[in-house]
Design a binder for this molecule. Sequence first.
Ligand code: DLL
Length: 432
Amino acid sequence: MIYNPQIEQMPRDELKKLQSALLIKQVERMYERVECFRNRMDLNGVKPSHIKSIDDLHLLPFSYKKDLRDYYPYGLFAEPMENIVRLHASSGTTGKQIVVGYTRNDLDNWSGTIARSLSAAGADKNTFLQNAFGYGFFTGGLGIHDGATKIGATLIPIAAGNTQRQITTMVDFGSTMITCTPSYAMYLAEAIEEMGVRDKIKLKAGIFGAEPWSEDMRHAIESKLGIKAYDIYGLSEIQGPGVAYECEYQCGMHICEDLFVAEIIDPDTGEVLPEGSTGELVFTTLAKEGFPVIRYRTRDICSLIYEPCRCGRTHIRMNKPTGRSDDMLIIRGVNVFPSQIEEVLLKVGGDITPNYQIIVDRVNNTDTFDINVEMSDAFLHDEVRSIERLEKSIVDELRSVLGIGVKVHLVNPKSITRSEGKAKRVIDNRKI
Ligand code: DLL
């Protein structure tokens, strides 16, 4: 079902006009209200009056995740706090989280994009939607929640985790659609098989995102659960889930182009790449009020599809992101930067050395997350202090900074292989 045909099937020339008008307004507004943006424009010698249409987008400066840290917490907001009705947060590259803010209109637009995403996967008033994305600062839970309410589905706000309860609820409440990360969907599928309740499950479709997943994984989820599995994309800095979503043809995610403009650039040179190229995805928000961004570097690597889609939607599609142009890891759906881990370890002081290795793997469809850290000679020979206690204190600190559990193993001094060039700090054995 198409939720909003006027927008989702808008002829491309009209869409371009709409985007141009919104961009001009957005640039003027941000130049006036957001110091960081104004300074960058001035530095490049670009004035808002130089922006006459969406074709001038390339004249505008990029923005980066680092900006959110430099202007933490509210320095990039374009509305006074009295108009901000919601804050969400996500991992930054260091210990400090990043904060984003929404006005009422922003929340309304956001739930509108989720309504489109859910409708495209077949949801309507008769759907029982089990929302197993995390609630709280993460945008997944509340993002899906508001969109489900908008289309009048029966929402089951169970949130992430507690697999046994997920399955009992699914059976007892008759859930027909589920939203969660793809790895959790796989985990649930196995648990359902083990419990022998597959024939009691009424699920018809699932919408999964927040982490990379392959076509093979889609097929595995579809066959194990007997559903259609749809992809959904988004990031906190742009909005949260619903920036792009799949239709019934499952061949790339339609970008909500009335609200967000996508570009693909060369991550090294910043040059805009020709249509169809693979590179870094960059987004500009056209209608965001609270926290608008121009040319935001997502660091996600993918390509865009310009050919019309059989579904009749006119908005271009993005292929599944295949990787990142930075070192961010997504572990159990949570964004983790190695720099956050390093910061915690450096604070531990003389009991450990700065040599560590992060090992990520996937066992039984769940990500495992281990960190080997070398203890210092002095700590090794200290007969009073316990290894377990130091490991536990590092684990506790990492959990509070990262928001997920990790296993820390103190290993002997000089036991982690030294590399001749760049240290190989991360070993990611997952095959996605
Ligand atoms: O993950 C928002 C979201 C929630 C999307 C629920 C979809 C469903 P962040 O925590 O800010 O926001 O993480 C954003 O996650 O830059 C991508 O690297 C990755 N990501 C999100 N969706 C997908 C997807 C949410 N469908 C970062 N495929 C993004 C691959 C994805 N990667």
